[in-house]
Write a protein that binds this ligand. Structure first.
Ligand SMILES: CC(=O)N[C@H]1[C@@H](OP(=O)(O)OP(=O)(O)OC[C@H]2O[C@@H](n3ccc(=O)[nH]c3=O)[C@H](O)[C@@H]2O)O[C@H](CO)[C@@H](O)[C@@H]1O[C@H](C)C(=O)N[C@@H](C)C(=O)N[C@H](CCC(=O)O)C(=O)O
Ligand SMILES: Nc1ncnc2c1ncn2[C@@H]1O[C@H](COP(=O)(O)OP(=O)(O)OP(=O)(O)O)[C@@H](O)[C@H]1O
Ligand SMILES: N[C@H](CCC[C@H](N)C(=O)O)C(=O)O
Ligand SMILES: [Mg+2]
Length: 492
């Protein structure tokens, strides 16, 4: 366990402009806490305006539990003696700066690269982590699947943790002598200033398509959030953008960082071309060098190209980068392939947006040799962007011979309501090939019962997840496990 750091309040407030301090700033702070229920004596409690409630309501509780200081946008009516109040314009932004200072700015002592975009963040960050380890560096990873300090796995709760957890993780990585850290930067993280105060050596943009409009409300706001990451990069950093995405140029419109580009279609700093792509591997040309990859699919050609670009921009030799890259495997639940004894191909993939599903199904259709059927099992998560539901069902129908709509993580919604919304996207001509089976276990089994040798079954949406979240409880569920069970049944 890490020893608890302690800091004098005035020392961690240095970077926060315009803070109005009531009370002494020469007090000791032993932790920064965002949830009043977790406050301990000596904490600095941060009152954040959230999506469900307003942290300002809990300032009284935090004080009763012994908070030494309160960071807030609005002072409570009654101030307590012996508590210091720091009033700022934006608590979340100030918290980022304070959290970085509390952990002694670990990001400044590391080479930190952030990856943003609707799809591909986990893939790119994980490839970079694997690549740099293979090149001999000690590395850290912050991602949806898991966080990692070299071999040590730290379970992740978010794609990008809150500013306090994030700086604590970075500090742990720096203390364990990591030189490089690769992290995902979600749009929520930018909008909520989880990355405020971090020093990045580089930023990568993968792509932007439809997602998270439940949170950002409009596509414009969503674009702005992603762009916010590039706006905050320093002059010393690189900003590596996908030129084939319509919004690539917008992302770096106002960045101070050095803009570099990658593309499969046009001239760019890092230019790639797919020579061949089969279930066995992908053959590409990257900046006039031919290379074989174990990882397949056009979307992965983009991921690999951005990883190559970032590594070269970080000063690595192109030849060594390509050699190591060619050996990498996909991260868990990203186009993971399994073959049954009677040659059914099962693919578990985390496609949970219309664009990702389309990419994956296009890849599958491109790889199939002709007569085999493609059977897709897919659902949509509850309490998330509802607009993607009919779209994902329509895409599943467009590219599959058979579609089984099922439940994903219903969270607090009724799974049958979600399925009804998905069903609205099924074109009437495709009704016959589509079934709705709410129970995901049963849905996957049905796909295998119906499959013939050589058929391809795609199980989409949950990838690496080993749970199904229903009304706040995570029940064990693993697509891969169910798939392997179904294979075993066929073989017995
Ligand atoms: C929508 C969203 O981003 N929510 C995050 C947000 O919570 P919130 O704004 O809803 O918080 P709230 O419940 O309204 O509470 C407001 C404040 O009051 C505090 N509070 C609340 C109750 C109380 O008794 N005392 C108290 O102090 C809360 O701790 C909070 O600070 O701030 C919380 C603390 O940092 C996060 O845990 C929470 O993530 C939730 C669990 C979540 O599901 N987030 C997802 C959508 C998310 O962030 N996803 C992205 C990836 C998306 C992608 O690219 O695919 C991610 O980076 O993981
Ligand atoms: N570059 C890409 N472009 C489009 N789709 C992609 C790309 N890379 C991966 N995908 C698809 O998107 C899915 C999710 O990939 P990945 O986990 O890397 O994305 P992510 O951005 O980390 O997602 P999240 O927002 O959940 O963190 C994959 O399983 C695959 O279907
Ligand atoms: N980071 C994404 C993951 C979605 C995964 C999917 N299985 C779902 O539950 O919707 C989110 O939180 O929206
Ligand atoms: Mg991710």
């Amino acid at each position: 366990m890490e020893s608890t750091p302690e800091k004098i309040l005035s020392d961690i407030l240095i970077g926060v402009a315009g803070a109005n301090v009531t009370g002494s700033d020469i007090v000791t702070i032993n932790s920064i806490i965002l949830d009043s229920r977790k406050v301990l004596p000596g904490s600095l409690f941060v009152a954040l305006r959230g999506t469900q409630t307003d942290g300002h309501q809990y300032i009284g509780t935090a004080t009763e539990l012994g908070a030494t200081a309160i960071l807030c946008e609005e002072l409570p009516e009654k101030l307590s003696d012996n508590v210091t109040y720091i009033q700022v314009g934006d608590s979340a932004e100030a918290m980022g700066l304070i959290a970085a200072a509390f952990y002694e700015n670990p990001s400044q002592k590391l080479t930190l690269v952030g990856v943003t975009g609707t799809n591909g963040k986990t893939s790119v960050a994980t490839f970079l982590f694997q690549l740099f380890r293979a090149l001999g560096y000690r590395c850290g990873l912050i991602s949806t699947v898991q966080n990692q300090v070299e071999d040590e796995v730290i379970p992740s709760t978010h794609t990008t943790p809150d500013a306090v957890a994030l700086n604590q993780l970075l500090s742990q990585m720096q203390k364990k002598n990591c030189s490089h850290v690769f992290m995902e930067v979600s749009s929520h993280a930018v909008a909520q200033h989880r990355i405020a105060g971090l020093h990045f050596a580089g930023g990568i943009f993968t792509n932007i398509t439809h997602d998270h409009l439940d949170f950002h409300k409009t596509f414009d706001n969503y674009i702005k959030a992603k762009k916010g990451f590039f706006d905050q990069l320093p002059k010393t950093a690189f900003a590596l953008v996908n030129l084939d995405d319509r919004r690539g140029a917008v992302m770096v419109q106002n960045t101070k960082a050095k803009v570099e580009t990658y593309s499969l279609q046009t001239l760019a700093t890092f230019k790639g071309k797919i020579i061949s792509d089969t279930l066995a591997g992908m053959h590409m040309d990257i900046n006039m060098q031919e290379v074989w990859f174990r990882v397949i699919g056009r979307f992965n050609a983009y991921n690999l190209l951005s990883v190559y670009g970032a590594a070269v921009l970080l000063g690595e030799k192109p030849e060594s980068v390509l050699t190591e890259l060619s050996n990498l495997k996909s991260p868990p639940g990203r186009f993971e392939q399994f073959h049954s004894a009677d040659n059914i191909v099962g693919i578990v993939d985390y496609a949970h947006t219309p664009d990702a599903l389309e990419n994956v199904l296009e890849t599958i259709n491109h790889l199939r040799s002709g007569n085999e059927n493609v059977i897709t099992v897919v659902g949509c998560g509850g309490n998330r962007d509802a607009e993607k539901r009919p779209k994902m069902a329509a895409i599943a129908c467009k590219y599959s011979n058979r579609v089984i709509l099922t439940s994903d993580n219903p969270r607090y919604e009724d799974p049958m309501d979600i399925l009804e919304q998905m069903r609205k996207g099924v074109p009437p001509l495709d009704y016959k090939k589509t079934s709705v089976i709410e129970d995901r276990h049963e849905a996957i089994n049905r796909a295998f019962e119906e499959a013939n040798p050589d058929d391809i079954i795609l199980i989409a949406g949950k990838g690496h997840e080993n749970y199904q979240e229903i009304k706040g409880v995570k029940h064990h569920f693993d697509d891969k496990e169910v798939l392997l069970e179904a294979f075993a049944k066929r073989n017995s």
